[in-house]
Design a protein around this ligand. Structure first.
Ligand code: AP5
Length: 216
């Protein structure tokens, strides 16, 4: 499958992407995970991205497109990919169209995860993420706790709150989403590619997506 997962911070893009990868081996490509990995590794990319991310701002389009040009041409993308957190601006979406043409890939559709704002606030303040950059498993102290508090079930590393999970950064990320990313729903709707699902249950989202893909 070749899908874009669109949705506000905390809508469940990462959670749904991880569930979908298990179905046909398509890879999850999360620009947020790639950037957090670069920050932890202290690379030039990470140093440049860190201040934007901690403040809840978007990283410049040029940096993101550099990452995606390379990533989408890697071999593991041939079976399919789930774009999680990308594109996030109209210029990124336009550049993605050009890139997909160049590599001869065609999107199935764009999944728009619709979740009420109060639910999102609650999810983001209770999320925990595995600090191992190779793992980055997602938990939630209320809805999806790890078996041992503070320890990742999958790799045994610590689970932590992300640097952008302060109340100020969460509000900023939601404002940034409304201003810069929400217009993408209209962009893809006009192209006939938008599939909006109510995302209060991740399993239900997976069910609806696989049904639409004809693989349920
Ligand atoms: P990114 O990592 O993409 O963050 P985000 O969009 O803010 O999304 P989140 O990861 O916060 O949420 P999610 O929708 O994946 O939800 P999750 O599944 O974790 O980006 C971080 C930063 O990087 C950006 O702010 C920006 O600075 C930069 N960046 C990244 N991409 C960029 C780009 N393209 N351009 C420019 N800058 C970019 O779920 C949230 C919580 O809810 C979890 O605890 C989960 O367990 C729980 N949960 C999920 N689903 C359910 C459910 N159905 N029921 C109950 N709980 C649930």
């Amino acid at each position: 499958m070749k899908l874009i997962l669109l949705g506000a911070p905390g809508a469940g893009k990462g959670t749904v992407a991880k569930l979908l990868t298990k179905i046909d081996g398509s890879v999850q490509i999360s620009t947020g995970d790639i950037l957090r990995g670069a920050v932890n590794a202290g690379t030039d990319l990470g140093k440049e991205a860190k201040a934007y991310m901690d403040a809840g701002d978007l990283v410049p389009d040029s940096l993101i497109m550099g990452i995606m040009e390379e990533r989408l041409q890697e071999d593991d993308c041939k079976n399919g990919f789930l774009l999680d957190g990308f594109p996030r601006t109209i210029p990124q979406a336009e550049a993605l169209d050009v890139l997909l043409d160049k590599i001869g890939a065609k999107l199935d559709f764009v999944v728009n995860l619709d979740v009420p704002r109060d639910v999102i606030y609650d999810r983001l303040t209770t999320r925990r993420t595995c600090e191992n950059p190779e793992c980055q498993a997602i938990y939630n102290v209320k809805s999806m706790p790890s078996k041992v508090e503070g320890i990742c079930d999958k790799c045994g590393s610590k689970t932590v709150q992300r640097a952008d999970e302060t109340v100020e950064a969460i509000s900023k990320r939601l404002d940034t989403y409304d201003e810069m990313t929400a217009p993408l729903a209209d962009f893809y709707d006009k192209k006939g590619q938008l599939f909006t699902v109510v995302a209060t249950s991740s399993d239900k989202v997976v069910e609806e997506v696989t049904k639409k893909l004809g693989i349920a």
